[in-house]
Ligand binder design. Structure first.
Ligand code: MG
Length: 382
């Protein structure tokens, strides 16, 4: 027994707006059609997926399906009905046992929907099975004003995929009068017995422009917040300037370190690495590696930001506290915030730089060295 799916993607989708047919519009970073294809391909009960397209859209199709293994798409017809028939005829030389016909715009179908369809067709008494949802809103006929009530009892909203025994659907399609809206209509006209299975709101049809916002929300992964801290110290030594939070500041001493000794950026780099549990700055930029001698520390921070982004993360906030008696940080705070914001690619309102002394106590109090601590907040896929 083989089960194939046909996705009808030959339409223009005018109601949805946009410059290209809606099935090729990007939702969650990939074409709407690709979401449907991947969901059908991923189901263990589906052996192959054939897509019916408008040949004018071939370049869009190729771009959207890049990297997927699929049979050559079938050319659609002037109507949805003709497009499905073309798809069925293309499979007729080596017919599957069961065929699912699906609308590309119902991109977010669930595996359970397919499970229920295949289960219904395990009953030999059923020629087909179609998912549907009971109508819960009250119904009324209306023109410009309300007219008679319609009893919603026993009324259903019909979805896709619609599943049939292939020979029965092919025969029904070949014999059908033109203008059918879906396979259910054609099957009913042919006297087939079609079971109702449970529909799901997730399989809604992307139709109107506002549906894209709903679709986008469905594809954005749930994000969870993470926060992590970093700490760094560098010793004062001979010199006439220090680098702090990416800003060069004239000073009576320099800071000693393998790189530019920017403790502020080092602490923040460690904090960001901490949000993705990616070790510390020394793991990524070993002091033993001569290429980092005297390096500008913005390289380190930019690398940590890249790693967070690669993990699907969004950097929400960065907060640095510099701990020293001298130099005075206040006059440079705005420049530091702007520099960090630029390195991280976030708004300056999301960057905080603070300073404190240790009341002349300890190594910072004696101006033997300067310390920095940092906190980074990110959102990552859950
Ligand atoms: Mg350091």
């Amino acid at each position: 027994m083989t089960t194939h799916a046909i996705i009808v993607a030959a339409g223009k989708g005018h109601r949805a707006g946009g410059d290209i047919p809606k099935q090729y519009r990007s939702v969650g970073g990939q074409a709407l059609l690709r979401h449907a294809v991947e969901r059908l391909q991923a189901h263990p009960g589906i052996d192959d997926v054939t897509i019916v397209i408008n040949p004018d859209d071939r370049a869009l199709y190729d771009a959207a399906m890049h990297g997927l293994t699929l049979p050559e798409p079938v050319t659609g017809g002037a109507t949805r009905q003709q497009s499905v028939l073309n798809g069925l005829e293309a499979l007729a030389t080596s017919p599957p046992t069961i065929i699912l016909v699906h609308d590309a715009a119902r991109a977010f179908l669930l595996a359970t929907l397919i499970d229920d369809l295949l289960a219904a067709l395990s009953d030999p008494a059923n020629d087909g099975a179609v998912p549907a949802l009971p109508v819960v809103d009250s119904l009324r006929r209306a023109g410009s004003h309300f007219e008679a009530a319609v009893d919603r009892d026993g009324l259903f909203r019909v979805q896709t995929p619609q599943a049939f025994r292939f020979p029965a659907l092919l025969a029904a399609h070949r014999a059908a009068a033109p203008g059918a809206t879906d396979e259910l209509a054609i099957a009913m006209a042919a006297g087939l017995r079609v079971a109702v299975t449970r529909g799901d709101e997730c399989a809604f049809k992307v139709t109107e422009p506002q549906d894209f916002a709903k679709a986008e929300a469905m594809t954005s992964p749930a994000l969870s917040s993470r926060a992590a801290s970093g700490f760094d110290v560098h010793r004062f030594g001979p010199g006439d300037h220090v680098w702090l939070c990416g800003v060069q500041i004239p000073h009576s001493h320099g800071l000693i370190g393998h790189s530019d000794a920017d403790a502020g950026l080092h602490a923040l780099t460690d904090a960001l690495l901490g949000t993705i549990a990616a070790g510390d700055i020394g793991d990524h930029f070993p002091p033993s590696d001569p290429q980092w001698r005297g390096a500008a520390s913005d390289t380190f921070l930019a690398h940590a930001a890249t790693l967070v982004h690669a993990a699907g993360g969004i950097i929400d906030h960065a907060d640095v506290t510099l701990i020293c008696e001298r130099p005075k940080i206040g006059p440079h705070r705005a420049a530091m915030r702007a520099r960090i914001a630029a390195i991280l690619g976030i708004d300056v309102a999301r960057v905080s730089v603070k300073a404190t002394t240790t009341e002349l106590l300890g190594f910072t109090g004696r101006s033997e060295g300067l310390a920095a601590q940092a906190m980074a907040s990110v959102r990552l896929p859950a």
